[in-house]
Design a binder for this molecule. Structure first.
Ligand SMILES: C[S@@+](CC[C@H](N)C(=O)[O-])C[C@H]1O[C@@H](n2cnc3c(N)ncnc32)[C@H](O)[C@@H]1O
Length: 233
């Protein structure tokens, strides 16, 4: 397109530059907003945790929560969720009679949200949400452990669980299996799948090298383990 009038051409050029500048401002604004959300909502509590151990928050699905509770149903002893997020697994565990039920979570916003959910459910005095680093918590008195963490941290978690859990403890891992332990039960499908592992007198059973997390039997599809287990996501 030809431009005969220099004044018009100059105006058009100015408008174009303004457009580019605006685009740049929008991009910069979005980056600052994204950083603010990350720094204020997601990052708090994680400053002292090495980057390779940082796991982002993703809530368990309602079916995943059901599967966790199915595998822990009727078990005595302390139940903990390591990285408890908004507290849904701990609250559902309490509602199914698992007592005491404790969540460990580093992000203070999520700890606050979990306490709010418990308070709204009338269970504030029955569940505990502690703002603690799961890597520093002692698991020596825990008999039921729920985890839903990133695959990258699970090898290190296996080491901690094996070193600290008492004989007879059960670990349930949502969405991702522990890399070298052999599950005693598997329930659910796809993203809702949960694996259970028992600590025997000589530790957890180990997988054959090539097939971590392979069910020893076909996964089962449980009904709700108790009438109170449901959690709306
Ligand atoms: C995938 S989410 C699972 C949340 C919850 N367990 C659930 O199933 O809905 C993992 C959670 O672990 C928390 N987390 C990650 N590293 C942690 C650590 N070192 N100590 C405590 N919590 C941690 C994250 O903040 C996040 O809320």
């Amino acid at each position: 397109m030809e431009q005969d009038d220099p004044a018009e051409a100059l105006t058009e050029l100015r408008e174009r530059r303004l457009g580019a500048l605006e685009l740049l401002q929008v991009a910069a604004g979005s980056s600052v907003a994204a950083y603010a959300v990350w720094a204020l909502l997601l990052q708090p509590g994680f400053r002292r945790v090495p980057l390779r151990l940082q796991v982002p928050y993703v809530g368990a699905s309602a079916r995943q929560v059901q599967n966790v509770l199915w595998l822990l149903r009727g078990r005595p002893g302390k139940t903990v969720d390591l990285g408890s997020g908004d507290g849904r697994i701990v609250l559902a565990a309490h509602r199914c009679g698992l007592c005491p039920a404790v969540g460990y979570e580093l992000n203070p916003w999520l700890v606050g949200l979990a306490r709010l959910h418990a308070w709204r459910a009338g269970c504030a005095s029955n569940v505990q949400y502690r703002r603690e680093d799961l890597w520093k918590v002692s698991l020596r008195d825990c008999h039921n452990v729920s985890v839903f963490l990133a695959p990258s941290v699970l090898p290190m978690l296996e080491t901690k669980l094996q070193a600290e859990l008492p004989k007879g403890a059960r670990v349930v891992s949502g969405r991702f299996p522990l890399p070298t332990w052999k599950p005693v039960a598997v329930v659910g499908e796809g993203l809702d799948r949960v694996w259970a592992y028992d600590i025997c007198s000589d530790g957890p059973a180990r997988e054959a090298a090539s097939s971590p997390g392979t069910p020893t039997q076909a996964p089962v599809h449980p009904g709700p383990p108790c009438s109170q287990a449901g959690y709306q996501t």
